[in-house]
Design a protein around this ligand. Structure first.
Ligand SMILES: [Zn+2]
Length: 270
């Protein structure tokens, strides 16, 4: 069954990771849909006031305090920052206060709303119930071959998590159906994932490949020790569904960004 369920409630159409929200009721986990053309990223040249207003309306719809919104400045890197309770709100209304050069965020704290922004790249969302640690990582092809997923798993293990209990979710992003890459990207992927199946990376003609970044990330997380049944995998392709998603590829670079998030909402002040 598709783990990400669409709901168009309270003016903020979103996909929710319902399975986790049912099992762990203190979590809110999801990804915005494109509805209303709402862009949530400050770095794409939109009017900042409008972006902040969009974020505030999402906060209202999810019944989360906007002051909890926390994000980094994504650079297609693999740096991961641990967010403390006192960092809550960084990047919420200004790029200046966001964590610089950061594509991964992890925290033990409640009331820290981890967010990151997408138009095709793969959102990797993490939760380890044994230590109650949450994380989110932005994995385009560079982040994927850089190993940001496995790096997040190792970070959570350093924070006390048992790798056998870590959950991961791969949210809506470009599918293998639509993601065509050249030899350079294919070669980089083969280097970090020599076992990549034809399903992950398929040659379609000399110098052209179809790459399924979601399956590549899934495979890398499992190789890092996450149990296969603990990885939730979406079937939603951002490029195939303009009614739901922005897509950098499909829209030729001129597009907004969805936000993916995870937050622990009800355990005091963390
Ligand atoms: Zn597609």
């Amino acid at each position: 069954m598709e783990p990400f369920q669409f709901h168009d409630g309270a003016g903020a159409p979103c996909f929710f990771l319902s399975k986790w929200e049912k099992e762990f009721p203190h979590l809110s986990v999801g990804m915005s849909a494109r509805g209303g053309g709402k862009n949530y990223a400050l770095h794409v040249g939109d009017d900042p006031d409008r972006v902040i207003a969009n974020r505030k309306s999402l906060a209202k719809a999810l019944n989360l305090p906007f002051a909890w919104w926390t994000c980094g400045e994504q650079v297609h890197g693999t740096d991961i920052r641990e967010v403390r309770a006192e960092d809550r709100g960084r990047g919420s209304d200004s790029r200046r206060t966001a964590f610089a050069d950061t594509d991964g965020l992890v925290t033990r704290a409640s009331g820290v709303w981890l967010t990151s922004f997408y138009a095709d790249c793969v959102p990797l969302i993490f939760y380890s119930p044994d230590v109650d640690v949450i994380g989110i990582a932005h994995a385009g092809w560079r982040g994927t071959v850089g190993g940001i997923g496995p790096k997040m798993v190792r970070r959570m293990v350093q924070m006390g998590a048992d790798v056998g209990r870590i959950r991961a979710a791969i949210a809506p992003s470009i599918g293998g159906c639509c993601y065509e890459v050249d030899d350079r990207v294919a070669g980089a992927l083969q280097e970090v994932l020599p076992s990549a199946s034809n399903e992950i990376l398929k040659s379609i003609q000399p110098g052209k490949w179809k790459l399924d970044l979601r399956l590549a990330n899934r495979e890398m997380l499992i190789l890092e020790g996450i149990r296969p049944e603990h990885v939730e995998l979406t079937h939603w392709c951002t490029s195939c569904h303009p009614e739901y998603f922005f897509s950098y590829r499909r829209d030729k670079g001129k597009t907004g960004r969805m936000v993916a998030w995870i937050v622990k909402r009800n355990r005091g002040d963390g």
